[in-house]
Design a protein around this ligand. Structure first.
Ligand code: SF4
Ligand code: SF4
Length: 207
């Protein structure tokens, strides 16, 4: 339900932001809320739990194709975004809050279009794989959590099928703990496991 509400918020901003650019700031507010969870869990927690665009993409039909691994390096992705934002700012000369809202809106519209093309060519999680915001999260907040794999796992592989990035926690875990800085803590693997073998562990529980 939370994902549907976030996706609807995103679509509303996309549809009305051109006329009401202040709406673009709603998405920044959502990112700020995401940071609260990220401080507890670290890594890309905000991507999987508070990103309205990620929620929107997750509702698109699955193409059955995979996003190629290592499509864009972390630094390249951030540089592309900064250059794009700076280029647009120089071009638009935003001089008011409304103009900054419009700048933000244009950025959101362009990158969402790129994500939609990525969905058609590859997979609905294309943008989640290359998103500079996710890479900033991952760079700035060290991972403080992991997914614990219980010995009830029978390696059926359903969790990997549910994962946006095809991670397979039982195979990739060290000991009983799967920790990957690209994991967005979306819980899809946990929810999909028929044996209830997966659970999230925070830094407190890991001690
Ligand atoms: S879905 Fe559950 S039982 Fe199947 S491989 Fe994943 S963790 Fe193991
Ligand atoms: S491993 Fe699980 S929590 Fe992490 S991204 Fe994949 S499905 Fe989501």
């Amino acid at each position: 339900m939370k994902r549907i509400i976030e996706a609807l918020l995103f679509v509303a901003v996309l549809a009305l932001g051109w006329r009401y650019p202040y709406l673009a700031f709603c998405l920044l507010l959502n990112v700020a809320v995401g940071l609260v969870g990220t401080l507890r869990y670290g890594g890309r927690h905000g991507c999987g739990n508070f990103c309205p665009r990620g929620a929107f993409y997750s509702l698109l039909p699955d193409t059955g194709r995979k996003v190629p691994a290592g499509l864009l390096a972390r630094k390249a992705s951030i540089v592309v975004m900064v250059v794009m934002f700076a280029g647009l700012a120089l071009w638009l000369h935003p001089s008011s809050l409304r103009a900054w809202g419009m700048l933000l809106y244009i950025m959101i519209a362009i990158t969402t279009t790129v994500g939609l093309i990525g969905w058609l060519v590859f997979n609905r999680y294309f943008w989640c794989s290359v998103c500079p915001m996710g890479k900033i999260y991952k760079t700035m907040w060290p991972l403080k959590s992991g997914i614990r794999v219980a010995d009830t796992c029978v390696k059926c592989g359903l969790c990997a099928k549910a994962c946006p990035f095809s991670f397979f926690p039982p195979d990739e875990a060290k000991g009983d703990l799967f920790r990957n800085p690209d994991c967005i803590h979306c819980h899809r693997c946990i929810e999909r496991c028929p044996r209830h073998a997966l659970s999230m562990a925070t830094s407190i529980e890991l001690q």
